[in-house]
Design a protein around this ligand. Structure first.
Ligand code: ISE
Length: 336
């Protein structure tokens, strides 16, 4: 069976996922495209999916009976409505982060999926498919003993002018929020944010860098530096300190050169390059599950828990270094 996919949002990641489905992955093809700019959708159609139909709206694409499954890659504020419509239509849906821009919105999706009686939603937390994080999880579960502390860093060389302080949580740190829940098999109970002095490369609406401290239900303390004007590259660091040893996230493979009296290796600068292989594996996982009429991988419950934690972290940004309590709702049976 070839799964017929409709892609809503054909900008950066929507175009990239269309390329993947058309040229890299097995078992699916893109049959429909929609974007708020019809011209942008037509450009992707011309470049990558000449047989696809371009729809004026995402809702029309979801309703089309030629579409078996949906990819939501549009701007965050539109995600909730599209995901709810796909659930309503009984179609598996892959949604880029965030699942919704508020915890209440994410909860509405969880409730709709529970009412549908089966998993239909996969959230685009691709780090769970990264070979480095998968190896780190194995080390933590089988070698370094019960985790006690995590030290992490999420550094971007630069961000666009419209990137403001809360986005460091919703847009950037959200990946750590999800991946640490998964790595540690744990939930968060509090968040605290502290700000060193703001770097000179930042601007009035962005306090950068910042340090987020999460505490988990099992008592693990996670410190993450978020620094989105670090200039030198895209750098994701993580070490997990356990009872018996320390596990480090591997660096991406790079050739070491001895050159001009220096020992050096390249550091990536674009997050899409850093996780390119994980995007392939996550989307293949979606295709395989959707062909069976369901979804696997990061769930709408994970998207909801990430949204709850994001809200607490943003509240912590405004709390002068005090801790903000995170209350975890009961996990429904569908996500156990
Ligand atoms: C971007 O949306 C991502 O998902 C990247 O992983 C993150 O590093 C970046 O800060 C975000 O803007």
């Amino acid at each position: 069976m070839i799964l017929k996919i409709g892609v809503i949002g054909t900008g950066m990641i929507g175009r990239d996922h269309t390329r993947r489905i058309q040229q890299v992955l097995a078992g699916a093809k893109v049959v429909a495209l929609a974007d708020y700019s019809v011209d942008a959708a037509k450009a992707v159609q011309a470049d990558l999916a000449p047989d696809a139909t371009v729809y004026e709206t995402g809702q029309e694409l979801i309703a089309a009976n030629t579409v078996d499954a949906v990819l939501v890659c549009s701007t965050g504020a539109t995600h909730e409505d599209y995901v709810l419509a796909a659930i309503e239509a009984g179609k598996p849906v892959f949604c880029e982060k965030p699942l919704a821009t508020t915890a209440e919105g994410a909860k509405r999706i969880v409730d709709a999926e529970i009412a549908a009686g089966k998993r239909l939603v996969q959230v685009g937390f691709m780090r769970r498919y990264d070979t480095g994080y998968v190896a780190l999880k194995d080390a933590v579960e089988n070698h370094t003993g019960a985790p006690i502390m995590v030290h992490a860093a999420h550094r971007n060389p630069t961000v666009p002018e419209q990137y403001v302080t809360p986005m460091a949580i919703h847009d950037t740190f959200v990946h750590e929020i999800d991946v640490f829940r998964w790595l540690l098999d744990d939930d968060y109970v509090s968040a605290r944010v502290t700000f060193p002095r703001t770097c000179a490369a930042s601007h009035a609406k962005l306090r950068d860098p910042q340090i987020v401290t999460l505490t988990t239900a099992k008592g693990v303390v996670i410190n993450t530096e978020i620094y989105v004007n670090c200039k030198y590259g895209y750098d994701i660091q993580c070490q997990i300190v356990g009872e018996d040893g320390v596990a480090y996230l591997p660096e991406p493979q790079a050739i070491t050169m001895r050159l001009n009296a220096k020992r050096q290796n390249e550091i990536l600068t674009d997050w899409k390059d850093r996780f390119v292989a994980s995007y392939d594996v996550e989307l293949q996982d979606f295709i395989n599950a959707a062909a069976e009429g369901t979804a696997s991988g990061p769930s709408s419950w994970d998207g909801y828990m990430a949204a709850v934690t994001c809200d607490a972290c943003v509240a912590a940004q405004e709390s002068d270094g005090s801790a903000v309590t995170i209350t975890n709702p009961e996990r429904p049976a569908l996500y156990s």
